[in-house]
Design a protein around this ligand. Structure first.
Ligand SMILES: *[C@@H]1O[C@H](CO)[C@@H](O)[C@H](O)[C@H]1NC(C)=O
Length: 133
């Protein structure tokens, strides 16, 4: 899977991936959390509820069905302040801006996801009717 991450601004990033591929959407706090129970993070795509980490635990309550079983996070990274999520089996409709709200810090990360279609190489052969070769 080809994936490129471009750092535009400190809190704004662009991730490029492909239909059917996966992408890690970055979000991290500058100060690691003091306690796992103090962690509250919401991921949103427009008005869709993509992912939630409440009191340090993954919360599927209210998660949009479209994202169920296609999202994962990295619990072993939480105490390092890393609340990135991985989105699998990407669709065209997944493209757009994602926001990661870190409640304790009142910080919002904006991640722009660009999805590219599979590249098809079409080899086109034609021979004019009048060709004499
Ligand atoms: C957060 O964790 C993910 C998954 O292990 C990793 O790919 C990413 O580089 C980490 N980000 C930071 C800022 O450490």
């Amino acid at each position: 899977i080809h994936r490129c991450v471009f750092y535009l601004l400190s809190l704004q990033e662009t991730v490029v991936s492909f239909i059917g591929g996966s992408a890690v959407l970055p979000c991290s706090s500058k100060d690691p959390p003091h306690t796992i129970q103090g962690i509250g993070v919401y991921w949103r795509h427009s008005s869709q509820n993509v992912y939630g980490i409440i009191y340090g635990k993954v919360s599927v309550e209210g998660q949009d069905p479209e994202y169920r079983s296609r999202t994962e996070s990295f619990p072993e990274e939480y105490m390092r302040g890393n609340f990135s999520i991985k989105l699998n089996n990407l669709q065209h409709t997944d493209a757009g801006e994602y926001k990661c709200y870190i409640i304790e810090e009142s910080v919002v990360w904006r991640v722009k996801l660009l999805i590219k279609g599979k590249t098809l190489m079409i080899i086109y052969c034609a021979m004019p009717k009048t060709a004499s070769c």
